[in-house]
Design a binder for this molecule. Structure first.
Ligand SMILES: Cc1ncc(COP(=O)(O)O)c(C=O)c1O
Length: 361
């Protein structure tokens, strides 16, 4: 078996999609599979989620890859298109744009043909991508005049703080959205994972889960298990060497960990070249033979070092779990690295083998 290995449980993914449906029973689901399916693999994840109502990716080239891979669902490009050629490609491949600048409408209307649907991105408080209400009304008028019916148009917005429970900025964003939904009568799509779980007022006709599909909790206060989500990825590797250290021996680049007593140390084949975060130097943990063991010294490109004191039986060839179990969820590893699970998952490199199973094996 090749290591490091990301084992991806497609049955867990499908379970999490159903769980999103349970949280938002009256909404259609646009599964967010951008950034290589949050690191899990774009096409395999799309194929495992065929029961979704639509897909969302960030960029046009991701959408084209999905079409080339035989995906016939609606595919929404969240960052939208930026040139006339890109809009023409979207028309030719029947890909759905998000229009977040007035210029997008002009570019789209210069092309031959129509896209199947347009999402008009409304600025409700995140101040990233989105048009203010005034520009959006104008965009809608132009599209209507060019032959797009209201059934081909929708309102989209995105939360800046939905992972924070009871934050008044969420209700403020919801009320800006509600006003435009009432005024235009268009269908709407606003909720990401955290909002699907905690902000039912933002469900509307469509919801847009990403993180929860991969079995990761969007909240610090609630675990994936609490939310009925199953982790999809387990990242594993193997112990490739052990050494006995004397007091005073230093481990790895920069000698940032020094043995204070005789210590058995193990080397695991996984490093930042695989996407294992360098901030886990002297801070991360792994599991060997059911024992939680600390990462010592700096994370190298290909390896990390582990203090084996609490697992004296560990041997080269042993399997090492880097994240994805109840004892070591990716959320906890992200916290140790001072980052978020989104980042750890999506920066896994090509070198990590992905192995897909349906939970049976
Ligand atoms: C515009 C947009 N919608 C939806 C999502 C999905 O969010 P989440 O992964 O928190 O469910 C993202 C993720 O970054 C996004 O950028």
């Amino acid at each position: 078996m090749n290591y490091p290995l990301a084992s991806i449980d497609t049955a867990a993914l499908q379970h999490n999609l159903q769980q999103a449906r349970r949280f938002a029973p009256n909404s259609r689901i646009m599964s967010v599979i951008k950034a290589n399916g949050y690191g899990h693999g774009l096409l395999p994840i799309a194929n495992a989620l065929l029961e979704t109502d639509a897909y969302a990716v960030a960029r046009l080239d991701e959408a084209v890859l999905l079409r080339q891979g035989g995906i016939n669902h609606a595919i929404v490009v969240l960052e939208g298109m930026h040139t006339r050629e890109q809009f023409q490609c979207a028309i030719d491949q029947q890909i759905t744009p998000v229009l977040h600048l007035a210029e997008h409408v002009e570019l789209l209307l210069k092309c031959n043909g129509q896209v199947p649907f347009c999402w008009l991105m409304l600025e409700t408080g995140m101040h990233r991508l989105g048009m203010p209400a005034e520009a959006l009304r104008l965009a809608k008028q132009q599209l209507n005049s060019a032959g797009y019916t209201d059934q081909q148009l929708g309102l989209m917005s995105h939360f800046a703080n939905s992972d924070l429970l009871d934050d008044s900025r969420n209700s403020a964003q919801i009320s800006v959205m509600r006003q435009l939904v009432t005024e235009t009568g268009l269908s709407a799509c606003m909720a990401n994972s955290a909002a699907i779980i905690s902000l039912p007022d933002a469900h509307y006709q469509w919801v847009r889960p990403g993180l929860m599909l991969y079995g990761v909790s969007p909240f610090n206060e609630q675990s994936a298990k609490d939310l009925g989500l199953k982790p999809v990825m387990q990242l594993r590797s193997t112990l490739i060497a052990t050494q006995l250290l004397k007091p005073g021996d230093q481990v790895g680049y920069g000698g940032e960990w020094t043995a204070t007593k005789a210590t058995r140390m193990g080397v695991v084949s996984c490093g930042y070249g695989d996407g294992y975060h360098r901030h886990l130097s002297n801070r991360g943990n792994v599991i060997i033979r059911d024992r939680l063991l600390p990462v010592i010294g700096r994370v190298s490109m290909d390896t990390i070092c582990i203090d084996l004191e609490h697992c004296p039986a560990a041997m080269p060839g042993d399997e090492v779990l880097l994240w994805g179990s109840t004892q070591l969820p990716v959320e906890q590893v992200a916290m140790s690295a001072g980052t978020i699970a989104y980042e750890l998952l999506s920066v896994l490199t090509q070198r990590v083998h992905r192995d897909y199973c349906d939970g049976q094996s």
